[in-house]
Design a protein around this ligand. Structure first.
Ligand code: 2RA
Length: 353
């Protein structure tokens, strides 16, 4: 009576949002939902669609009878356990970075390339990184009509992208500087944090987040690029199916709790007007256009957080670049950027089988 869905990492930050999403769906196609986590969290009770479920410990047997297993766990846990789930007969939908660029693993955003879920030789499907994901619904729709050729992006990434420790750190830093006249002299924010016992080396971020922006997310790769910037490039190419797409990204962390924003400069092979882009984007079910600057209306993380759609505004024709649009995109990095897209892939697997 209905396929079996497993959620691995049920008690983590994204797992918790996932349960919220499952609880919020009008209906679900699942006959059983199984919650899986590390041995430490096993035995915990979580209410899912009115039923108290007990979290079970991760083990090979936990996947017996499972049709789709969603993984919201660190890369190394996915790398080990997604293939085990697949061996046991489940389709693994993985939200980590472990398999995204594996040519035998599709990287899926249902609005853009849902059909790719059916071509999964390893029994694994990857969910993109939240930064890439935030702009894919919009760019995918524009690409279908106007053929994207170049993409230049600057991100404004929320601290929850770095996990709960990132959120805890921002709250602690803001509490430490609240009401203080800092941010006026070089080094005074850092000094105020240190005076409050917030040591920089213990932060998940390389510089203060309070009253600051930090041009860094992820790990250091060749020639000064960050892993996050390379993910934007590689994943955009793979999802959109444009292997030679020209992409350049600068990823920046900002003092926002949740919701990534992106300033996107997108060039197309065909001419596209602002009006055409507005019409096309406004017609997409998962996009909300907020684009009326004369009335102060544009997407901001504070208004967008907690929502499922991607919000797009500030659509402009680039003055000095032909066939090029400028857009500002906001997307909740924990919902569409992580849990929601993973869940949507899981539903596509069983409903479009
Ligand atoms: C970040 N995109 O925001 C990452 C999380 N996967 O740090």
């Amino acid at each position: 009576n209905g396929p079996v869905l497993a959620l691995v990492g049920a008690t983590g930050a994204v797992g918790t949002v996932m349960i919220d999403i499952i609880n919020g769906r009008e209906s679900v196609p699942w006959g059983e939902i199984r919650l899986i986590a590390s041995a430490r969290s096993a035995g915990k009770k979580i209410t899912v669609r009115g039923e108290d479920l007990t979290v079970i410990a991760l083990s090979p047997e936990a996947f017996d009878g499972v049709d789709v297993a969603m993984f919201d766990v660190p890369d190394e846990v996915s790398a080990e356990w997604a293939p085990i789930a697949a061996e046991r007969g489940a389709v693994a939908v993985d939200n980590s970075g472990a398999f995204r660029m594996d040519p035998e693993v599709p990287l899926v955003v249902p609005e853009v390339n849902a059909e790719a879920v059916h071509n999964r030789p390893r029994g694994i499907i990857s969910n993109p990184n939240c930064t890439t994901l935030s702009m894919m619904a919009g760019l995918g729709a524009l690409h279908r009509e106007y053929q994207l050729t170049e993409l230049v992006v600057a991100s404004y990434q929320a601290v929850s992208g770095a996990g709960q420790s990132g959120v805890d750190r921002l709250y602690a830093e803001i509490a430490a500087v609240a009401g203080k006249a800092v941010g006026e002299k070089a080094g005074d924010v850092r000094a105020a944090l240190e005076a409050a016992g917030l040591v920089q080396s213990e932060s998940p971020f390389p510089a203060p987040m309070a009253f600051n922006v930090v041009p860094w997310a992820g790990s250091l790769k060749e020639d000064g690029w960050s892993s996050e910037e390379l993910k934007v490039r590689n994943e955009s190419r793979k999802i959109l199916g444009i292997p030679d797409l020209k992409v350049s990204a600068t990823c920046v962390r900002v003092p926002v709790v949740t919701t990534h924003s992106m300033a996107v400069h997108a060039t197309f092979a065909r001419e596209v007007t602002v009006e055409q882009a507005r019409k096309l984007l406004g017609a997409q079910p998962s996009i909300v256009l907020v684009d009326d600057p004369a009335n102060g209306e544009y997407p901001t993380p504070a208004e967008v957080v907690g929502g499922d759609p991607t919000y797009i505004g500030r659509i402009r024709q680039a003055l000095d670049f032909p066939n090029t649009l400028e857009l500002f995109v906001c997307g909740d990095n924990l919902r569409k950027g992580a849990a929601l897209n993973t869940y949507e892939i899981a539903e596509v697997i069983v409903t479009q089988a």
